[in-house]
Write a protein that binds this ligand. Sequence first.
Ligand SMILES: [Zn+2]
Length: 231
Amino acid sequence: MKKNTTVILTLFFILTAESIFAEDLVFEKIPLSNGVDFSYLVKDSEWRFSEGEEKIIFVCWENHQDKFSDEMNLVKQSIENTWQKESALVFKGWQKCRTVNEGIRILIEDSGPRVQAFGKRIDREPNGMILNFTFNNWRPDHDVHSYRNKYIKAIAVHEFGHALGFAHEQNRPDTPCECSQRHGQDQPDETILTPYDPDSVMNYCNKKYANWGELSELDIKGLHKVYGAPN
Ligand SMILES: [Zn+2]
């Protein structure tokens, strides 16, 4: 009996240590002050469309660079195969930003990936989303260079989740204590759409890094509630 308890405690400690490590290095620079969190949606952050209107969100690159064409294409494909494929949303553009461009404006920079605001508040915002393709100054993990494309995809899907208004799953009030004790924060303005989801791309406590950019069943359910199922 005592031995079992020791094993469980040891396991818990290992898992805890890993998660804290992940959190410290991963999405730490995302500002939470201007809204709140998910399927868990930041209140009033959803992009709005008129009835019958195609649900288009434009995307452009602030510093479009030919040397990053593979990486930019990987981000585009990753978003098309997740948030777009599983909803009524269509992401269009993906060219170099002009001053007048609306939608999500992405800056490629070697710093912590983040969004300047949640959901539609990012619309037209210069450098509204920061994505990292080189991972020299900032890195999500020590093995990032061996699995660079996996990280680029996972981070892009996570950050686009924020750009759609979704916040960190682990900040929900109903998060199990083994997760929330480490990551929980009071979030006064959230709308809870689905049960707590340990597999969410938006959950720091996920044992897979941002679920490696694969939407979970509940991510998709929440997505449908806000933006509708695919046409
Ligand atoms: Zn995040």
